[in-house]
Design a protein around this ligand. Structure first.
Ligand SMILES: [Zn+2]
Length: 386
């Protein structure tokens, strides 16, 4: 039975985790419409008041979590332009690409102090592997550390305000309707929406070679410390209009580099340039939910009237969920080798996580594959979710 129903405005399917619908329109589209009610005119002043009221560290105004991507380059640029002295913090990705490193080096040149906190790579790789085999997420450590490390830095350096970029519950509709107007990122948001797939940090102790002492940065800092400092995670999109496409242009104007070829499985060359395991993550997302990165990008463009829904369907059909034979300049085999995962183990796990109900099958129940070996989505994008 085909379970896929779609937003009538964009191409988000009903299988997208945490997505809600009313009147056939998804939460991300509703949140986009609600932008017209934002008081962006006074956003700069409101942000200034919050930052000055909460300032403890005499030198730094706020922490900006950065990856070197287009959005974080924009965040740092915008805050510097507004006259703040941010401390940029990076929790490096699982398997940083050379372009990702170049973009980090570029970001530093914007004129801010910068701290990178990386965890023991040998332990991290074990957790990557465990995440892949147990919850189908090879990027599990990254999905956690990008949120916990900036909070640790806030506590360590006594800088209460952390300025995140866009709120995912708004931008991607990934949450309860009331969270589309989220003002603050905190422990509750991390635990509810942090893509942890039911795996807790304490579960990691089951992994051979992972010890309590290895998990300091994986844990959210103790509540009493967070409260003592008064850590507040703000979203920049509450104060200034957020446009991921405009962020590319601004970031490029200050030296950010995009990839020189299309990235397999998506329709953009300007995002997710910093981690070789993105392709594996995105492919599993396609197998589990019947949509992936190309859909995410297309939906953002549709909402901004930069792409028609009809054209987007074609692009998504051609590109979404393609088998990740390579990611940027590395082959799948090279990437799997880092985690001691064999190609056969990879294929078995992929099959394990495939929701057969979403894909075309022959009369014997075998998946009908596309030219690249990935399953063919059984979708009529005009099957509207009402
Ligand atoms: Zn939508």
């Amino acid at each position: 039975m085909n379970q896929l129903k779609y937003c009538k405005r964009c191409l988000y399917p009903s299988t997208k985790p945490d997505l809600w619908f009313t009147d056939g329109i998804c939460g991300a589209c509703h949140a986009f419409d609600a932008r017209s009610t934002y008081d962006w005119e006074n956003g700069a002043d409101v942000l200034r008041q919050i930052i000055s009221k909460n300032k403890i560290n005499p030198k730094y105004d706020c922490i900006v979590p950065v990856s070197g991507g287009k959005d974080s380059t924009y965040q740092a640029w915008k805050l510097l332009k507004e006259g703040y002295n941010p401390l940029c913090i990076t929790a490096p990705t699982d398997l940083l690409t050379s372009l990702g490193r170049q973009n980090i080096e570029n970001l530093k040149k914007l004129g801010c102090d910068y701290v990178e906190i990386s965890v023991n790579p040998a332990v991290r790789q074990k957790i990557n592997r465990y995440g892949f085999f147990n919850v189908g997420d090879i990027q599990w450590p990254e999905h956690l550390l990008i949120y916990t490390i900036p909070v640790h830095a806030a506590v360590l350096f006594k800088i209460p305000i952390i300025v995140w970029g866009e709120c995912p519950q708004r931008e991607y509709g990934a949450g309860k309707p009331e969270d589309a107007t989220l003002k603050y990122f905190d422990r509750r948001v991390l635990e509810e929406y942090g893509s942890l797939n039911g795996l807790r940090v304490s579960d990691l102790l089951m992994i051979d070679g992972v010890d309590e002492k290895d998990l300091y940065f994986y844990e959210y800092p103790p509540s009493e410390l967070v409260e003592e400092i008064g850590v507040k995670g703000l979203y920049l999109d509450n104060y200034f209009p957020w446009n991921g496409i405009a962020n590319v242009t601004i970031a490029q104007s200050v030296g950010f580099k995009t990839y020189d070829k299309p990235i397999l499985g998506t329709i953009a060359n300007y995002e997710n340039l910093d981690n070789y395991v993105h392709g594996i993550h995105d492919y599993l997302k396609y197998l589990k939910f019947g949509f992936s990165r190309a859909t995410d990008v297309a939906c953002n463009l549709i909402r901004r009237n930069l792409l028609s829904r009809t054209d987007a369907i074609e692009l998504v059909k051609q590109n979404d969920g393609l088998f990740p034979t390579y990611y940027m300049d590395k082959t799948l085999q090279e990437i799997l080798d880092v985690y001691s995962i064999t190609m056969n183990e990879f294929l078995v796990q992929c099959d394990e996580y495939t929701n057969y109900d979403l894909f075309m099958q022959d009369p014997h129940g075998e998946l009908i594959l596309r030219y690249d070996g990935s399953p063919t989505l059984n979708a009529d994008f005009n099957n509207i979710n009402i």
